[in-house]
Write a protein that binds this ligand. Structure first.
Ligand SMILES: Nc1ncnc2c1ncn2[C@@H]1O[C@H](COP(=O)(O)OP(=O)(O)OP(=O)(O)O)[C@@H](O)[C@H]1O
Length: 475
């Protein structure tokens, strides 16, 4: 108790020595005043400290907790940012672009559970003007258990806040950084062939089963699984990936190949946590290719802008997918609109264990989308005469409306040809008419005509652009 008292006094005195002043004194080789020097020595001898690296999720946990504490509100030096997670009502002007403050470039002393802690966060500008941060938490205790307890509290507080959410990570250089958290996407909101969905779900569930992990380890196989989702744009590939993440409570790590090189890619795979989804979107547009002589080592990536500077080599990508530098339990999901453009080595079994083709909307999908938008639980399996009987029950207005909606759904399905439009296109049309299913039915033919016309124009423009490019390349 006495030590604690002495210690707190020392901390308070040490606090008075502003860190900038102390650093400048050190630079100048000047000695501290005898009292301050003694206090600092006592402080150092009796404190424990934990560094929390900026690129680790633990950093987000700590900062999130710190920002919720009263001492953070009175910090004299803060970082101000637009609060992207603000839950302001849409349209409420007062809350638009709300600001969020967090203590920065300062030391904060705070009491928590009757113990004194120090929070120190420094932000500097690194190479190319990118901000670099580091944070420390220390307390006046030789035993670091107190600090670990505090960080555990931060962890629990953070996890509670992301409960029922999917966290999406993106890379900064060779490190992952949490980029956003979003509400879990329910599997039921992704409309694809039911058998396909069931097959995918049971495959992932089996893979994530702890028994499967033991099996892989007994057989000395890298515990990982790869899926390729392919099909036309707007058929739900990204949505399906997010709903798998939501369904199995996994975080998503998005790889943008065009901004990576071999070393970054290896480090990123080595830094993946256990049980996560690695998403490689539009792999045809960003994936590495062989040289014309078939050399997989060619460090060349091809993106929308054509052959680019040296980036990730195919051999490195294949190696990381094979698990040489990868974590246990990762699910790789690649998406593409053009499976035929992919290098066969990239999607051979072992790297891609399951290929799922997503189609343009068929009758059943169009029907499901219609009922999804007009918020009607599907009753398509009610026999015709049964629904007629319900329809004529007196005093059952709600049921009559539902039955009416079933008919409207059938009318809508009859008007939209199958396998011509993507789910994204139909959904967008229905959302524009979400107030009235009848209005949607009345307008759908005109909408389809317009879309077809737009597509024809787009095809003409694209082929014209391609001709231009071809001519350019020939010269
Ligand atoms: N099968 C589907 N079920 C429900 N919504 C869908 C489906 N397909 C597309 N959508 C909706 O359309 C929009 C685009 O979908 P998404 O990005 O998942 O398509 P995609 O196949 O990944 O497209 P792209 O190939 O262009 O990346 C989203 O708003 C999504 O909700």
């Amino acid at each position: 108790m006495e030590t604690l008292h002495k210690g707190n006094a020392a901390v308070a005195s040490a606090a008075m020595l502003d860190s900038t002043e102390r650093r400048s004194r050190e630079r100048e080789g000047m000695a501290y005043g005898t009292r301050g020097e003694k206090c600092l020595r006592i402080f150092r001898q009796h404190t424990s400290k934990i560094e929390v690296p900026y690129t680790d999720e633990a950093y987000d946990m700590l900062i999130f907790w710190v920002c919720s504490q009263p001492f953070a509100r009175s910090a004299r030096t803060s970082l101000a940012r637009i609060d992207l997670k603000s839950s302001a009502e849409p349209g409420s002007h007062a809350e638009k672009k709300a600001l969020h403050y967090s203590p920065c470039n300062s030391r904060s002393y705070f009491w928590h559970k009757r113990r004194l802690f120090v929070f120190d966060r420094q932000r500097t500008l690194g190479e190319f003007g990118t901000a670099q941060e580091q944070a420390y938490i220390s307390c006046f205790r030789r035993n670091p258990a107190v600090l670990r307890d505090l960080l555990d509290e931060c962890r629990r507080y953070y996890l509670e806040s992301v409960k029922n959410k999917t966290s999406v990570f993106k890379h900064q250089g060779d490190r992952w950084k949490a980029s956003k958290t979003m509400a879990k996407r329910k599997m039921s909101t992704v409309i694809i062939n039911t058998k396909l969905k069931e097959m995918l779900l049971s495959d992932v569930a089996e893979f994530l089963d702890p028994k499967t992990r033991t099996w892989y380890s007994r057989h000395s196989l890298p515990y990982q699984r790869g899926y390729l989702l392919h099909g036309p744009p707007g058929t739900g590939k990204s949505s399906l990936c997010l709903s798998i993440a939501g369904h199995f409570d996994l975080d998503v790590y998005v790889l943008t190949m065009s901004s990576l090189n071999d070393d970054n890619l290896k480090s990123l795979f080595a830094e993946l946590p256990q049980h996560c989804i690695v998403l490689l979107e539009d792999v045809d547009a960003t994936a590495v290719h062989r040289e014309p002589n078939g050399n997989a080592n060619a460090s060349q990536s091809v993106n929308q802008n054509g052959p680019a500077a040296k980036k990730v080599s195919l051999s490195t990508l294949l190696n990381v997918l094979d698990g040489l530098a990868s974590s246990e339990g990762r699910l790789l999901i690649m998406t593409t609109n053009y499976i035929e453009r992919l290098d066969p080595a990239l999607i051979r079994p072992g790297r891609v264990d399951m290929k799922l083709e997503l189609y343009l909307a068929d009758e059943d999908m169009i029907n499901q989308l219609f009922h999804f938008v007009y918020n009607h639980p599907l009753k398509t399996n009610i026999p015709e005469d049964e629904s007629e009987r319900i329809l004529h029950q007196p005093g059952q207005e709600r049921v009559i409306e539902d039955c009416e909606l079933l008919r409207l759904g059938q009318d809508f399905v009859a008007k939209v040809p199958k396998l011509e439009f993507s789910l994204a296109e139909i959904l967008s049309f229905l959302l524009a008419n979400k107030q009235s299913p009848r209005y949607a039915i009345a307008n759908v033919v005109a909408w389809m005509e317009k879309l077809r016309e737009e597509r024809t124009n787009l095809t003409r423009t694209t082929s014209w652009a391609l001709d231009e490019n071809d001519g350019f390349r020939d010269h």
